[in-house]
Structures are given as C-alpha cells and as structure tokens.
Design a protein around this ligand. Structure first.
Ligand SMILES: C[S@@+](CC[C@H](N)C(=O)[O-])C[C@H]1O[C@@H](n2cnc3c(N)ncnc32)[C@H](O)[C@@H]1O
Length: 196
C-alpha cells in the first residue's frame, strides 16, 4: 500500500504543491483534449481532496463550483458545496451560485470502491447518469463534460445514450491513471441543448 501511495505522481504532486496525485489526470486529459481556458465557468464534482481544484485555479476560472460528499476547504472562492450529486437538493444549491451556467462539468466522483467490479461499475454509472440528466438547465450551449467511470458492460450503452446531445465524444485513459484500475474518462464536447 505504501509503495502504491508513494509512486512517481504522488511524489511529484507533493513537490509541486498539488493536493493529490489526481491533479495529473486532469493535466493529462487537458494536454490531449484541450478543455481548460481562462475565464471558464466550471462545475467540479467529487472535488476532494482538491488536486483538480488546484489545477483549475491555476487557469483563472470565472466561476468554479466544487461539490463533494466531504466538506471543501473554507474560502469564498472556489465555492464549495458539501452534498451528494445524485440528490436534487444538491442541484438546487448549485443553481443558486451558477450564474448563467457552466462551460464545463468535470467529475472525478467515485463512492468508496468495494472491490467487486460489477458493484463499483454500477455505482459509477449511477453518478454519471445523475450528472448527465442535469446538462439541460446547467450546461451552456457548446459546453463540455468530462466524467470518470469504472468501465463495464453499461459503458457502451451509456455513451450511446448521451452522445446524441453532443457533437463529439471520446473515451480516454490518462497515463497517470493506474493501469490496474478500470477507471476511464468519458468526454462529451460541444453540447447541443434540448429544445423541449
Ligand atoms: C477520487 S476522489 C476525487 C479526487 C479529486 N479529483 C482530486 O483531484 O483530489 C473522489 C471523490 O468523489 C466524492 N464523491 C463520491 N460520490 C459522490 C457523490 N455522490 N456526490 C459528490 N461527491 C462524491 C468522494 O467524496 C471523493 O472525495
């Protein structure tokens, strides 16, 4: 366990002042599919302990709303919401601070892994569905969504279901993601809001 924790990315994050090694996953994703730009308005889900938030803050966002089951670091900005993204009340709190809407949804959220693949896959698809069901009303036209998912049988149908709402979709596994983990990141870009 200690060996795993102290891998190259863990040491690099410590040296560069990032709150977690996960920071490099967002850096890797952005290097391959540029998604971050100054002045962006971002909803970050599963933000704790804060590695992705550190990377986002370096890019000078106009708005950054961080949601996690755990409390975020107390400050005026970014805005931290302690809540469960699968619950409607959390989205109501997001609505209060979102302004015109978001250019980017980012989710690195994952409940505690049980070690049982089907269970962990199902839990991650559940979180991803809750997020995708809120694109309309929260994500601006042309917006982007990046979601962590534990890959499994439901990944293909999940991408098929939601890709119609976007012009492009991709699946990526950042080099900094542990090879033994089934986690992947799904990217949907250029959102086309529903006219209903
Ligand atoms: C792998 S960590 C995220 C690491 C983070 N991206 C970073 O860079 O430090 C996953 C986070 O997802 C959060 N999470 C899990 N289920 C959630 C849910 N339903 N709603 C909100 N956050 C959730 C957990 O509390 C945990 O902090």
């Amino acid at each position: 366990m200690m060996e795993r924790r102290k891998d190259t990315y863990y040491k690099k994050a410590k040296k560069q002042g990032y709150s977690s090694r996960a920071a490099y996953k967002l850096i890797d994703i952005d290097r391959k599919f540029p998604i971050l730009f100054p002045g962006m308005r971002v909803l970050e889900i599963g933000s704790s302990p804060g590695g992705w938030t550190d990377v986002l803050m370096e890019r000078n966002p106009a708005n950054l709303v961080c949601v996690d089951l755990s409390a975020g670091k107390g400050s005026d900005f970014p805005i931290n919401i302690k809540g469960d993204i699968t619950r409607g009340e959390t989205w109501e709190r997001i609505r209060e601070v979102m302004g015109d809407g978001f250019d980017l949804f980012l989710s690195d959220a994952m409940a505690h892994t049980s070690g049982q693949h089907d269970r962990d896959h199902g839990a991650s698809v559940n979180i991803c569905n809750a997020i995708m069901e809120h694109c309309n009303g929260f994500l601006l036209p042309g917006g982007t969504v990046v979601l962590k998912q534990f890959q499994g049988d439901m990944t293909g149908p999940f991408v098929e279901k939601y890709k119609k709402m976007f012009r492009k979709s991709y699946i990526t596994k950042p080099p900094s993601s542990r090879s033994e983990s089934s986690e992947i990141y799904i990217i949907f870009s250029r959102f086309i809001p529903s006219v209903e």
